[in-house]
Design a protein around this ligand. Structure first.
Ligand code: GLY
Length: 577
């Protein structure tokens, strides 16, 4: 292994060695490519997001007396300006809210398919899935949910001390005054250049007059976006979903071959849903239900792992990790068959998250040998009952907490800014299974339950999660990363609970991923070679690959709130007060 940064390596080794007695059942120690994350400790509140200015906006709202939901709403609007590759008002997401004195709730603000979308919308003339339609065209744009979702969170769960306009004001100022192109935006724009350059609305914002892409030293000024945000601040969410903005959005999409209408926008509603809940070794898991698959499969995998004495396996390299990878395969096989929009199909959530189902799956796992994915099929849960996303975590002084993940799907979405609105749009409809068992952009397969259809929500992997101990927040976590989100959140939790890591160590530790198909383990650079050899000896095919996840998380510790910004992507920041 070439060591490019010997000092960084030394720090990593020291950090990894510190709690050596406890570490080692599941998690690899460190990655030379991931600078060690540091915890920021504060007593009164904490915001951890992928973008510096947005984190500061959130903390200022907390300091003004806003609660965690107010701060999360302000961060969401700010990131639509300051983190255009994933922060958005043209996409959608999920928010999990822990309330200090009430039951937890979630907000589903996932995009919906326009009414004209059918099962065959993303097929070519030969009946094959056509990624050009779902990933690269106006047809792949879902009706955005972010404005409705943030507004619903504010109305129902905000403190009531601040107006929605006050929460949007920082975003308006950032859009109007502009921000320097730096950090992850400077790093990610070149990769999106071709996708952005196709659309006149995007060229006006992300390119200079001479046609060159914005870069370090330039300012990103978004006057149209400032005006759109101002309209929402003045008129509330309906100003986005009805009237001039909605008409401009629909017209821009239809001019490019899209099918979204002003009526599709008018009918959009964010939905409050009960969280999906589970337990793991005495902790409560509160996470996102369908139309995200995240919470269901996180709990399914934790339930499988709970049946093993992982601590007893510390001396056997790869033993615990092998079991975790086998659990991942079973969960993703189930995901492909059972999961979809709960408003259109019946998802067996209770069956998939039950301890008895996990026990049945566990019985099929050979502790000594990987089972090939070709031999794994979705299980039989109890009968059916009725790169580029971004995650941030917030907690306030009263212990209210928000875990929010939202997205445009790809980095910069479909790349299209609807002319005159400043709104960068998603390509979320690629998350449907365009054709049964044909992989989407994340290599994920799906079946009937996730077929495209009018008004349907494509299945997501986003996993905003709050882990409770004795009813109080213990970890607030989540991540971007498409199909890798669920396994990332799994490892953040097990690294802490099973391996005894601090949150900073857990966030830093290199990650492993298996999603059933393709049948391979993706190991982040830095996974120890003895672990890889031990996995190969059990029959796993291991490929080294970057893991574009970023788990901006908070732990509640005896010292206070520990905010940890993931160092995998530049610009993430934890600030408390
Ligand atoms: N667009 C990625 C996801 O929702 O999982």
């Amino acid at each position: 292994m070439a060591v490019k940064h010997p000092m960084r390596l030394l720090v990593c080794v020291l950090a990894a060695l510190a709690p050596a007695a406890a570490i080692g059942q599941l998690a690899p120690r460190f990655s030379p490519e991931v600078p060690p994350a540091q915890a920021v400790i504060a007593r009164n509140g904490m915001v951890v997001s992928q973008e510096t200015r947005a984190t500061r906006v959130g903390v200022e709202i907390l300091q003004k007396g806003g609660n965690a939901v107010d701060a999360a709403v302000a961060v969401g609007f700010a990131m639509a300006v300051t983190y255009p590759r994933a922060g958005n008002i043209g996409g959608g997401g999920f928010m999990v809210i822990h309330r200090a004195n009430a039951e937890p709730v979630t907000i589903d603000y996932r995009e919906t398919a326009p009414r004209a979308i059918t099962r065959d919308s993303f097929l070519d003339a030969n009946g094959n899935a056509d990624p050009a339609k779902s990933e690269d065209s106006a047809l792949g744009v879902g009706v955005p949910g972010t404005v409705a979702g943030l507004a619903l969170a504010y109305e129902k769960f905000g403190s009531g001390k601040l107006t929605l306009a006050e929460l949007i004001a920082p975003a308006i100022a950032l859009a109007r005054d502009g921000i320097p192109v730096e950090d992850d935006t400077a790093a990610s724009l070149p990769d999106a250049e071709t996708r952005l350059a196709r659309w006149s609305g995007s060229r006006k914002i992300f390119f200079k007059q001479d046609g060159r892409l914005l870069g370090p030293g330039d300012r990103l000024v978004q006057t149209d976006l400032a005006n759109t945000l101002d309209a929402i601040a003045q008129g509330g969410p309906r100003a986005f979903y009805e009237g001039l903005i909605a008409e401009k959005l629909a017209a821009a999409l239809q001019a490019e071959g899209g099918v979204m209408t002003a009526d599709d926008l008018k009918s959009y509603r964010a939905v409050e849903r009960a969280p999906v809940r589970g337990t793991y070794r005495g902790y409560d898991i509160v996470s996102m239900p369908p139309p995200s698959s995240g919470g269901v499969h996180l709990i399914e995998m934790l339930n499988i792992l709970e049946g093993y004495d992982l601590k007893a396996m510390a001396g056997d390299p790869g033993a615990g990790t092998h079991l975790m990878l086998e659990a991942m395969k079973r969960a993703y096989a189930d995901r492909a068959i059972f999961l979809g929009d709960p408003d259109s199909v019946t998802v067996p959530v209770a069956g998939l998250t039950s301890k008895s189902y996990a026990a049945a799956l566990r019985a099929q796992i050979d502790p000594a040998r990987a089972r090939p994915s070709a031999d794994i099929r979705a299980g039989e849960p109890a009968p059916r009952e009725g790169d580029n996303t971004t995650h941030y975590s917030v907690i306030d002084r009263d212990g209210n907490a928000v875990s929010n993940t939202y997205t445009l799907n790809f980095s910069y979405g479909v790349g299209m800014v609807a002319d005159g609105t400043g709104i960068l749009l998603n390509n979320e409809l690629d998350d449907f299974a365009a054709k049964p068992m044909t992989p989407n952009a994340y290599g994920l397969v799906g079946a009937e339950a996730n077929a495209p259809g009018p008004g349907k929500k494509p299945l997501s992997s986003m996993t905003p999660t709050i882990v409770l101990k004795d009813g109080k927040p213990f970890l607030i976590t989540g991540s971007p990363g498409g199909s890798r989100i669920i396994t990332t959140v799994l490892q953040i939790i097990t690294n802490v609970i099973d391996d005894g890591m601090t949150l900073a160590q857990s966030v830093t530790a290199p990650r492993l991923h298996h999603q059933w198909l393709p049948d391979q383990v993706i190991a982040e650079p830095g996974v120890a070679s003895d672990l890889i050899i031990a996995l190969q000896a059990r029959g796993h095919r291991v490929r080294i690959g970057r893991n574009a996840t970023s788990a901006n998380s908070i732990a509640v510790t005896a010292d206070g709130y520990a905010g940890v910004a993931d160092t995998r992507t530049r610009g993430a920041l934890a600030v408390g007060y």
